[in-house]
Write a protein that binds this ligand. Structure first.
Ligand SMILES: C[S@@+](CC[C@H](N)C(=O)[O-])C[C@H]1O[C@@H](n2cnc3c(N)ncnc32)[C@H](O)[C@@H]1O
Length: 468
């Protein structure tokens, strides 16, 4: 056991040494930011060096394992079980604009009485909330009762003034990168839904259901329609609006997969038809359209979405719009495009449970020619152990250090959060590789290429399948 602790500490010190030497060799380049600095995208630029990114990830996962090894297990469980308290404390700060108030307060920090006055909360209670978060390295208590932002809290800065937010709270997230909206969504509605997970699993009506109207969110908000139907109601306009901005915010956590890199497009004829199903506005196809000037595209989605497609493409480059066609189509109905060289399904299957996913895949299979490819772009959930055989293996940490979890543990927690988010909101899921394989087999497809991942903290795993 102590040997394991020694191995983990050694990994950490080696990785820290790598970071230090990369930083000192790179006099004019990005250096490692301090926790007391404020966040800005350039403070994270050191991660563009793959060695630095890997070293940082090794430290994160090895440190997590080290804590799991040495902390009393009762304390570990207690802290995990109380995760909702931390989340609630953070929600107070996000929705009460504490980070914006501290930014306006300046680098000297703000006394909790002044923060409380600026955001209209009781000072003594707010101070206790901030102190708990500062103990977790979110905010800094500079001197008793005086707080300031740090590199972690400042990611929650909408960059708006308190005055503007208070005068039009519904516009807080407009023209932002969406990250704060995403955190508001996860810290609020999703948090409440998660409180009903057990009840949902125990109720015979919902436990085995695969319907999108039987998820914990329905129980939490006393609704009987799928989440997206609920969002359509006029009184839910603020939720709908926040959700749309929040989805842009996901790219802060994980850059959009570039469709051009998701398969070898030179394998298909240059004038092929590419059909993106559930394609939204189809903007993922832009990089492919630019690289292959004869390729044609069809974007299918719900009527209210595709009706905005042409203007969205026109706004980017009117020359590309000639080669794209938008079609309102329900992906559960027979597929009308019969000559597609590639069907693209990107971030679609994870929104639905297996029976619906199978139906989508079968409809595409029904319209596929023997040479048609299916390009699937979604997260693949790694096991928390080694896979049973190599064909199932998407281990990402094995080559780095055998003592770390093969899925890189805490570094990749996001994919498991995403999976349970799908369960909570839609009764849907992210899937393991063998699960995707089984869905493809049942619908008449088989995987032919899985794109190799060249990073350790991305769970996006593009793959192509061909008709069986
Ligand atoms: C998560 S988005 C992915 C959009 C796009 N593929 C991308 O990666 O940016 C899922 C899309 O599925 C669409 N969708 C949902 N239900 C659908 C249905 N029954 N038929 C067609 N599209 C649907 C939604 O409107 C949405 O645009």
């Amino acid at each position: 056991m102590t040997e394991h602790i020694a191995q983990l500490s050694e990994l950490i010190s080696k990785a820290a040494h790598t970071l230090q030497s990369l930083s000192s060799n790179n006099v004019n380049g990005p250096t490692f930011p301090e926790l007391d600095d404020l966040y800005n995208p350039t403070s994270e630029e050191f991660r563009s060096n793959p060695d630095a990114a890997l070293a940082a990830n090794v430290i994160v996962e090895a440190a997590f394992q080290l804590i799991a090894c040495v902390r009393p297990p009762t304390h570990s469980i207690f802290h995990h079980v109380c995760g909702h308290i931390k989340a609630s404390a953070l929600r107070v700060c996000i929705e009460s604009n504490i980070v914006e108030a501290l930014r306006e307060g300046g680098s000297e920090g703000m006394h909790v009485n002044d923060i409380a006055k600026a955001v209209n909360l009781p000072p003594e209670k707010l101070g206790r909330i901030l102190r708990y978060l500062a103990t977790n390295h979110i905010f800094r208590e500079m001197e008793p009762d005086v707080f300031c932002n740090n590199r972690i809290s400042s990611v929650l800065d909408s960059k708006k003034s308190i005055k503007d937010i208070i005068s039009a709270p519904e516009h807080k997230h407009d023209n932002t990168d969406g990250f704060v909206a995403l955190m508001e969504l996860f810290g609020g509605d999703l948090h409440k839904s998660s409180g009903y997970l057990l009840e949902n699993l125990q109720d015979p009506v919902t436990s085995a259901s695969e319907e999108p109207f039987h998820a914990p969110i329905q129980r939490a908000f006393n609704i009987d329609v799928p989440m997206f139907e609920w969002y359509k109601r006029s009184e839910q306009e603020p939720r709908r609006r926040r959700f749309m901005v929040a989805m842009q915010g996901t790219s802060v956590l994980q850059p959009e997969a570039d469709l051009l890199k998701c398969m070898d497009w030179n394998d298909i004829s240059p004038d092929s038809l590419v059909v993106e199903v559930g394609g939204g506005l189809g903007l993922s196809c832009l990089t492919v359209a630019r690289a292959f000037p004869q390729m044609r595209f069809e974007i299918q989605d719900r009527q209210e979405v595709v009706s905005r497609g042409k203007s969205a493409w026109d706004a980017i480059d009117t020359k590309l719009t000639d080669r794209v066609h938008f079609r309102a189509h329900n992906y559960l109905d027979p597929q009308p495009a019969k000559t597609a060289a590639v069907f693209v399904l990107k971030h679609v299957i994870h929104n639905v449970s297996d029976p619906y996913a199978l139906e989508v895949l079968k409809q595409l299979r029904g319209a596929a020619a023997p040479t048609t490819r299916l390009l699937l772009v979604d997260s693949i959930v790694p096991y928390a152990c080694h896979a049973r055989d190599n064909s199932e293996s998407i281990d990402i940490a094995s080559n780095v250090a055998p003592s770390l979890l093969p899925n890189f543990g805490a570094v990749n927690e996001r994919v498991y959060i995403s999976d349970l988010t799908m369960m909570l909101n839609l009764n849907a899921q992210e899937r393991t590789l063998s699960h995707v394989q089984s869905l493809l087999e049942k619908s008449g497809w088989k995987i032919n290429v899985i794109m190799k991942r060249d990073d350790t903290d991305s769970f996006m795993q593009p793959m192509t399948a061909v008709p069986v």
